[in-house]
Unconditional design. Structure first.
Lengths: 130, 278
């Protein structure tokens, strides 16, 4: 009877397991890339919202009796809806202290933005003192 | 015919197997090929998506940075539009102008439409830094001033006592031993200014979008924001701005600028609203 030749290299099962582990790692890396892109998009939405609040602050600083605040807010909201997904803003308060809020995405309670929230759905609030 | 026992038969088959097979079986090979192909297709898909993600991230980040820089630039220059030092432009206030350049309360901010349908914005003001008149003027066209701000022949300056302003061209300038400078104006001024009056430079900057002459990896031409000053000196400020639309609201005293940023395939609008403090 002839002798069994000793095994050399990886077995088939070992290679299969390695491939499965490698696939899981690659999937992880892929999702990491997607997550980073999502965060970048969120950062962009935040910077747009912040800029829109600054724009409203500038408008409020030059507000005079000749201007109709409701009309200005309406124009501003047209821009908000163009720049942000479902973007809408509110201005509350009286001269010289106003509170400017801006919402985007699917924010359920649009009346209350107690805490600034970032992400796909978010809100920002800032007090403007003239 | 000799018949082998079951055990002998089994041993024969098994030893032959070990002797003959040196590689993978057909089924194993097929499975390996299928798995490898799936893995390669997945890897190549992942590589392409990672490349696209990375490009998008870079583009978004570039646009974000550029938009913030553009906001800072425009808010700063617009807030200074019409700055004339210690006094302010009112409806009846006018400058005694001894130059061909126009500078009034109505043209401190103006806009125009370029050939590429993009707007341009011109901002006029007097410089923030200033020199001071050191001696009461004894002649209508000779001023002795401090030298914090360097002045050259041919430059446009404005002298003000906070009530009246004269804008003139520097005909001649000479540095004196005591560190002061003697300025000769192109024309006699409307009055002899007293010691302590301010001297500022006239500044006029035009901001507009133009083609840089460069192109990106997709062979698309790159536009940029340029500024040109009163001496026709042109500088590139920010690349990646495709279009600029300016709207001046005289009632509100502000300027609305809509910038369209474009990097690779990504296009985003950015709105800047800024008001002049003067």
């Amino acid at each position: 009877m002839m002798k069994k030749i000793p095994q050399q290299g990886f077995s088939y099962i070992e290679i299969l397991i390695s491939l499965v582990i490698m696939s899981i790692m690659l999937l992880g890396m892929d999702s990491m890339g997607l997550y980073a892109l999502q965060e970048e998009k969120n950062a962009w939405l935040f910077s747009v919202a912040l800029n829109q609040i600054q724009n409203m602050s500038e408008i409020l600083k030059k507000l005079s009796d000749e201007n109709n605040l409701e009309e200005l807010i309406s124009d501003w909201n047209l821009e908000n809806s163009d720049l942000l997904p479902k973007g809408k803003g509110t201005v509350t308060g009286y001269y010289p202290i106003y509170t400017v809020s801006i919402y985007w995405g699917n924010v359920k309670d649009r009346k209350a933005c107690q805490q600034n929230r970032l992400g796909n759905n978010g809100c920002l609030r800032e007090q403007v003192i003239i | 015919m000799s018949t082998k026992s079951f055990r002998q038969q089994w041993l024969f088959t098994r030893t032959s197997y070990y002797l003959k097979q040196t590689g993978l079986s057909f089924i194993e090979m097929m499975m390996t090929i299928i798995i490898s192909m799936l893995l390669i297709s997945y890897l190549s898909g992942m590589y392409l998506s990672a490349e696209k993600n990375s490009t998008m991230q870079i583009a978004l980040n570039t646009i974000k940075e550029n938009s913030q820089i553009s906001s800072q630039i425009f808010r700063k220059v617009i807030s200074q539009a019409g700055h004339i030092g210690c006094t302010r432009f009112t409806k009846n206030f006018h400058i005694n102008n001894h130059t061909d350049l126009s500078f009034t309360s109505t043209d401190k901010m103006t806009y125009y439409i370029n050939d590429n349908q993009s707007s341009g914005l011109t901002i006029k003001n007097l410089s923030i830094e200033n020199n001071v008149v050191l001696k009461d003027m004894r002649s209508d066209s000779i001023i002795y001033s401090s030298s914090e701000m360097s002045v050259k022949t041919g430059e446009v300056l404005a002298i003000s006592n906070c009530k009246v302003i004269d804008m003139f061209i520097v005909k001649d300038i000479s540095q004196l031993d005591d560190g002061t400078q003697k300025i000769t104006t192109n024309e006699p001024l409307s009055q002899r200014y007293k010691k302590g009056s301010e001297i500022r430079k006239f500044e006029s900057y035009s901001y507009y979008i133009a083609d840089t002459g460069r192109s990106d990896s997709h062979n698309t031409s790159i536009n940029a924001l340029y500024v040109i000053d009163e001496n026709q000196s042109k500088n590139e400020l920010l690349e990646g701005i495709q279009h600029m639309q300016v709207d001046i609201d005289d009632k509100k005293g502000g300027v609305k600028i809509v910038l369209t940023f474009k990097t690779y395939d990504l296009e985003k609008n950015w709105i800047i609203y800024a008001v002049s403090r003067n």
